[in-house]
Design a protein around this ligand. Structure first.
Ligand SMILES: C[S@@+](CC[C@H](N)C(=O)[O-])C[C@H]1O[C@@H](n2cnc3c(N)ncnc32)[C@H](O)[C@@H]1O
Length: 211
């Protein structure tokens, strides 16, 4: 079977409806609360939201952080985010169309890197974790929210993504990238209707410290 890649044009097509999904809003609120519980946030911190989409995770955190850079490969998502920033007169969020898996790495460094539901779209997990480590200042924090290991039914068997992540294996990859104090907590459950009934897909938050 030829697998389908969910590229930037896929998310461009979803961007205008993204914020009308109450599950996405609730998921972002729960992830933001878990980040708050795990990391001492402050207005002195520079943060990167990688795979930010329409900014659903950065909006609830914006008043507790200094500068936030939101990066994504979908121009459509970033258009929606820019409109929200303008409508609410937000002054501390910068938007960048970027693919850290392919573009030259920037000079900037962050105190916090967070990413929600994006890791499963990036083929080389070890590489992107190394990039996040590179972009963090010493003492900085990484927060990744994504699906626990699942059987492929979340996106469907034809879609070319990671089928969630085994926590132990992901922790090992994070440690290999230079992180320490790797911790997990379950932050949310996405419930989908399947032919055989309801199915719940847990979402974890992995937190780690720059080693
Ligand atoms: C499932 S959406 C999550 C969006 C947002 N973080 C949220 O929680 O609502 C995944 C996002 O990752 C972005 N993405 C996929 N591959 C990417 C990559 N290599 N670099 C940056 N963003 C990427 C997509 O464009 C999309 O906006």
């Amino acid at each position: 079977m030829n697998k389908v890649v969910l590229d930037a044009s896929h998310f461009d097509g979803k961007a205008r409806q993204w914020d009308s999904n109450p599950v996405f809003i609730e998921r972002a609120a729960r992830i933001a609360a878990a980040i708050r519980a795990e990391v001492p946030l402050s207005r002195a911190m520079a943060a990167l939201d990688y795979g930010c989409g329409s900014g659903l995770l950065s909006f609830p955190l914006k008043d507790e952080l200094g500068r936030i850079t939101c990066k994504d490969t979908s121009a459509g998502m970033l258009d929606v985010l820019r409109e929200k920033i303008a409508a609410q007169n937000v002054t501390n969020i910068t938007v960048r169309l970027t693919d850290l898996t392919a573009d030259p790495l920037p000079d900037e460094r962050y105190d916090l890197v967070y990413s929600s539901m994006t890791l499963h779209h990036i083929p080389d997990t070890a590489h992107i974790l190394a990039v996040f480590h590179h972009l963090l200042n010493p003492g900085g924090h990484l927060c990744i929210a994504d699906l626990d290991r699942e059987d492929g039914s979340f996106h469907g068997p034809e879609v070319d993504v990671h089928h969630g992540f085994d926590r132990d294996a992901l922790a090992e990859l994070a440690r290999s990238a230079g992180f320490r104090e790797v911790r997990f907590r379950t932050v949310f459950e996405i419930v989908k209707q399947r032919e055989d009934g309801e199915r719940a897909y847990p979402v974890f938050l992995m937190t780690a410290a720059h080693g």
